[in-house]
Every structure is written in structure tokens, then in C-alpha cells.
Design a protein. Structure first.
Length: 115
């Protein structure tokens, strides 16, 4: 049974940083790729970043240069380092893992950027 457990959310001031973590209950090499999404209040869930098994990454235009996705294979964990946070980054952030035709989602965690 695959579980993704996210941690690291919270309240941060504009311009600040947070690091989100997504710990998998299985070897992350079992996944084709892992992603982060966000869902702002009243909006659709949107894609933020992807990291594939080779380590290659891709980012949404809104976060490129500010956010970094990475992985620690020994810990079966994917991270999202978020720098230069803006109030517009306020959202629930979700981790997603894809293995073939199966998608797995974390429970989501709140990130609030406010002074």
C-alpha cells in the first residue's frame, strides 16, 4: 500500500522560505516521476514541479527560479524548496507520485504567506 506523507508547511512572511517534504512508504524508484501541485482558495489544483527517476526536473513558469524540487533516494523523500515566497503562493500543496497507470496523492498541507 503506497502512502505519501507531506510535512513542512506553515506560515511564513513574504520573501521567506519553506521546505516541503514528501515521504513515500515505498522505494521512490518504483515511481516514474513525482510532482508537487498546489490548490489556492477557490481555484483549481495546478501543477508546480516534477522530478523524474533520472533526477531531471521541470517547473511551472510561476515558480521557476524560486522553487526547487529534489529527491533523497535513501530516505524515499522528495522535497520542494520554496524561496522568495509571495502571498500568491498561499495554497494547499500536494505531493503526487505516478507509477504506470496509477496516481498516488499525499494528504496536502497548508502554506500561508502573509505578514
Amino acid at each position: 500500500h503506497v502512502q505519501l506523507v507531506e510535512s513542512g508547511g506553515g506560515l511564513v512572511q513574504p520573501g521567506g522560505s519553506l521546505r516541503l517534504a514528501c515521504a513515500a512508504s515505498v522505494n521512490i524508484f518504483d515511481f516514474n516521476f513525482m510532482c508537487w501541485y498546489l490548490q489556492a482558495p477557490g481555484k483549481e489544483r495546478e501543477w508546480v514541479a516534477t522530478i523524474i527517476s533520472t533526477g531531471s526536473t521541470n517547473y511551472a513558469r510561476s515558480v521557476k527560479g524560486r522553487f526547487t524540487i529534489s529527491r533523497d533516494n535513501a530516505k524515499n523523500t522528495v522535497y520542494l524548496q520554496m524561496n522568495s515566497l509571495e502571498p500568491e503562493d498561499t495554497a494547499v500543496y500536494y505531493c503526487k507520485a505516478v507509477a504506470g497507470i496509477y496516481d498516488y496523492w499525499g494528504q496536502g498541507l497548508q502554506v500561508t504567506v502573509s505578514s
